[in-house]
Design a protein around this ligand. Structure first.
Ligand SMILES: [Zn+2]
Length: 356
């Protein structure tokens, strides 16, 4: 159903239109600057209370029904709490919890230090990251979790550890890298819902040269710029996320091939070639709400939960979408048409039981 807000004009406004002519009004509308989407999404403190949905692509989209991973769990601690980027699609948060448990149990990795996941409603960020916009990306530090609880200030200020040798280009430092580093990355790659893992090319090479276990998931580990302090987990579009745009699957094979060798040539590191005759490129406009999937406007407008706690993931709980559903009245008020699925028709999830 299409909802249109009635346009109410005062007598004065009507007179104004008559006097100045419609063209002036339209000109005013056209020059009204839309705030960059990163400001709109970066200002959101809580998620949109809705059925979990990732809208758009990893680098151009938003998230409804996000949940936060608790700042602390038995096998993880979240870092940089002030950024408020502990939010993700429930399937992403659930995977992070699973990895933290499995890595501690099987891989000699005592726990995960969590970097950025997404903002409460995803979307572009004010700083860092081209992706992480749909709640399906998570950064995990390559520093193992210490056995004590870090203070809030340590979580802001502690530096992660680079795996690279100082002053040696694209070489993993054998004094820092351990078999547990390899195991936690390969563990992450092994889950079927994981689409890709991004690591520094030197780390990929190290895995290619040394991983003697099952190599069938090694192809998911992809070389990328940076990613020497942390690795990046990307999961597939969850089933039922109709507005989520999938990424092409990785090529067959372990990826220890020409695509990796390219990173060890000069080409990826050479400054971009300049054409002396080229006109200066116009300054890129920041991404606006209109550049994102239509549903993202409603994601911004949808009411949030009453508190962060209400939208915090409870480890081990079932029914991950178990946020209190919006009332039909709230779902219908002030919302844009065509928000899939129609919030009022979504089956009512039960409120999640409290963690023991
Ligand atoms: Zn990342």
């Amino acid at each position: 159903m299409t909802r249109k807000k009635p346009i109410l004009l005062s007598l004065g406004a009507k007179a104004m239109i008559l006097l100045t002519g419609l063209s002036v009004c339209f000109a005013d509308m056209a020059t009204a600057e839309e705030p960059p989407a990163k400001e709109l999404f970066g200002g959101m403190k809580l998620p949109a209370r809705a059925e979990p949905q990732a809208y758009g692509f990893y680098s151009r989209g938003c998230l409804a029904g996000g949940v936060a991973i608790p700042t602390d769990g038995p096998t993880w601690q979240a870092m940089r709490l002030s950024r408020n980027r502990r939010w993700g699609h429930p399937q992403m948060i659930s995977l992070v919890e699973q990895l933290s448990k499995d890595a501690a149990q099987y891989d000699g990795w005592p726990g995960l230090l969590l970097g950025d996941i997404s903002q409460p409603r995803g979307g572009p960020m004010l700083s860092g990251h081209a992706s992480h916009q749909v709640g399906l990306d998570a950064d995990i530090w390559l520093t193992p979790m210490p056995s004590r609880t870090l203070t809030a200030s340590e979580r802001e200020n502690l530096s992660a550890t680079s795996m690279l040798k100082k002053n040696a280009f694209l070489t993993v430092d054998p004094n820092i890298w351990t078999p547990s580093h390899a195991r936690v990355i390969m563990r992450a790659a092994s889950y079927p819902q994981v689409e890709r893992i991004f690591v520094n090319p030197a780390i990929k090479k190290k895995l290619c040269d040394t991983w003697t276990g099952d190599r069938s998931h090694l192809g998911k580990v992809r070389p990328a710029y940076g990613h020497d302090f942390h690795f990046h987990i990307r999961i597939k579009c969850p089933s039922g996320s109709v507005g989520c745009k999938s990424q092409d699957p990785v090529a067959a094979g372990d990826g220890c091939d020409a695509s990796l060798a390219w990173w060890f040539t000069d080409e990826p590191w050479a400054p971009p070639k300049k054409d002396p005759n080229a006109k200066p490129a116009p300054k890129a406009k920041p991404v606006g709400l209109g550049d994102l999937p239509k549903a993202c406007a409603l994601v911004l407008d949808t009411p949030g939960p009453a508190s962060e706690e209400e939208a915090t993931f409870r480890p081990g709980a079932t029914g991950l979408a178990a946020l209190t559903p919006p009332s039909p009245a709230a779902a219908g008020s002030g919302t844009a048409p065509g928000f899939p699925p129609d919030l009022a028709k979504v089956p009512v999830p039960r409120v999640r039981p409290a963690a023991p």
